[in-house]
Write a new protein. Sequence first.
Length: 140
Amino acid sequence: MGLERLQELFITEELLDGCQVAKLLAALPKVKGALIMLGDGTLVGGELPEGCHLDSALLAPVIMRTVQEFGRRLNSSESSAFTIFGDPPISVFAEGNVCILIAHERRGLLPGMLERIGETASALDASFAAEPCFVLDAKW
């Protein structure tokens, strides 16, 4: 079900792995780079633009859990994304055990992109849960 949703989101019949999805995300308008990680920080695929540090980026799942806990305590809702406005801005999305980090242009993402990236994270989570080798076969 997750793989079918990924194929719908990216309008392809190709079998997609985590690495290919990261490349497709990075090719979206205003996106400079994309990383896909699991909740434990395992890198599934992707690249960041020059000047971004991979070691720091791999902390995104831990930071996301902190943001989600903060949201729950603050107003009883759980965040599924947040943005750090640096140079470049970095948006982090999480669904289940998947975390996607997107480096993008200063103006932000185009309308509808937040939802699309969130749906991508959800579809990846479903794919990884159904087929763990989906992660292990990725090459980056």
